[in-house]
Design a binder for this molecule. Structure first.
Ligand code: AMP
Length: 449
């Protein structure tokens, strides 16, 4: 039987952080978090080799928040350096999310706008600074920042910082901060340059590495469908279960709520025996469901990633990604459950308008364009309910802001006007080279609507 995945309680984080983690929807630590959080908490220097999409940000943010705990004094006690303004803002978002029950003061420093507000924020007192190296040095030279209290220092996306020519600034910063401190360095790759920097920056580091298992087994046939909404996803699922030769399938959802919704639908439809596993199900229930499924008595297993991690289920004919995973590595894990040991397998992914962006990232990770299949005519494509349209619009705004921090967001301005659906005639088609266009088409549609 699979080992039980560890949960965040095992790290002995404080209540404020555990509550925020639960509210952020993280139920189980990702691989990099499982390895790096205990090391960070124990005060070690850490060398983390991990890409975006692995949960690396929370892997260093949580130990920092735990260490600096609450607002104290006027000067920064921890600092994260990152190559770009976009990344600085993403890290800030994670700090704000996970630190929401603390009174910690987080200040972001980056170029592209005047320093006045940033200076005022620092002067009002700060606990954690997230900065690009250039802007940090500018303000330091102006005498705005006192570094004497800095005890923890993170270099995030170190490889990118070096590629962008930040080494002189990084070296200058290391000169002006206290020698006695904890250092963490994260990088997607471990090039010679990164190795040299880590030798300068880290002392007896513990190395943790998450190598993306980016190659997907060749025996797995992958396809994707662009589906406008939840209801249509359900209709399509029903169609596939009735018309494709699906012996045993795992259906992955992103949340417990969706797992419950999908499984109760399948139970009503009587498309075969169904079990559901997610983090809210007791351990025994989960084990029994797994055993029934493995024994072949059950045709369909609906699961969240959390519940299925580490479970050894093989010989599945189909993996259906009802939702696109936000931890992109999970895509590889999910579809790895089919096509094992020379068995032909099929992986089918349903992608709603807000998931297009994430799936493109997955395609980059696995280095392939997954072929699109058009929704069959017999599947009813329903109108997207207003509330659901709003959720997508909000998610798309968030993603656009991630790419361009100046983007103000269309959501609030257009709140009053219901958006039109992406219906059958408007379905987005993925052409072989049309990935970018694809996303833009969706953006344009949302703007027009
Ligand atoms: P990162 O690699 O830090 O950019 O994180 C990628 C995404 O994973 C972000 O959207 C995070 O909110 C999300 N995430 C991070 N840790 C977890 C977790 N333990 N469970 C679920 N989602 C997570």
């Amino acid at each position: 039987m699979a080992e039980q995945a560890i949960n965040f309680e095992a790290f002995k984080l404080n209540k404020q952080l555990l509550n925020a983690i639960a509210e952020a929807g993280y139920s189980t630590p990702t691989a990099i978090q499982e390895k790096a959080i205990p090391l960070g908490l124990a005060g070690h220097d850490v060398l983390g080799i991990a890409q975006t999409g692995t949960g690396k940000t929370a892997a260093y943010v949580l130990p920092i928040l735990m260490k600096i705990k609450y607002a104290q004094g006027m000067h920064p006690r921890a600092m994260v350096l990152a190559p770009t303004r976009e990344l600085v803002m993403q890290i800030e978002a994670v700090c704000k999310d996970l630190g929401k029950y603390t009174d910690l003061r987080v200040v972001c420093l980056y170029g592209g706008l005047g320093p006045k507000t940033q200076i005022e924020q620092i002067e009002a007192g700060v606990d954690l600074i997230i900065a690009t190296p250039g802007r940090f040095m500018d303000l330091y030279k102006k005498g705005v920042i006192l570094t004497r209290e800095l005890k923890t220092m993170v270099l995030d996306e170190a490889d990118k910082m070096l590629d962008m020519g930040f080494l002189p600034q990084i070296r200058a910063i290391l000169e002006i901060i206290p020698v006695k401190r904890q250092n963490l360095l994260f990088s997607a790759t471990f090039s010679d340059k990164v190795e040299r920097l880590s030798a300068e920056f880290l002392e007896f580091p513990e190395r943790v590495e998450i190598t993306p298992s980016a190659t997907t087994a060749e025996t797995i046939a992958q396809v994707k469908y662009f589906v406008p909404n939840m209801r249509t996803k359900i209709n399509l699922l029903e169609h596939l279960l009735e018309n494709e030769e699906i012996n045993r399938a795992i259906i992955f959802t992103r949340s417990r709520k969706n797992a419950e919704e999908v499984s109760s639908f399948l139970l009503r439809k009587k498309v075969g025996e169904v079990r559901v596993i997610h983090a809210n199900k007791g351990q025994n229930t989960r084990i029994n469901s797994m055993e029934d499924f493995k024994a072949g008595d059950v045709r369909l297993l609906v699961a969240t990633d959390v519940a299925s991690r580490g479970l050894d289920v093989t010989m599945v004919s189909h993996v259906i990604n009802f939702d696109v995973p936000l931890i992109y590595e999970d895509y590889v894990h999910r579809i790895g459950r089919t096509g094992r040991a020379e068995n032909e397998g099929k992986a089918i992914t349903f992608i709603n308008p807000a998931e297009v962006w994430h799936f493109e990232k997955i395609e980059e990770l696995i280095r392939m364009d997954v072929p699109e299949v058009t929704i069959p005519k017999s599947v009813k494509i329903t109108e997207t309910p207003f509330a659901e349209q709003q959720i997508y619009a909000r998610e798309l705004d968030k993603l656009k802001q991630r790419e361009n921090p100046d983007y103000k967001g269309a959501f609030h301005e257009k709140k009053a006007k219901p958006k039109r659906n992406i219906g059958k005639g408007e379905k987005v088609k993925a052409k072989k080279s049309g990935k970018k266009k694809n996303r833009n088409q969706l953006k344009t549609k949302n703007r027009k609507n």
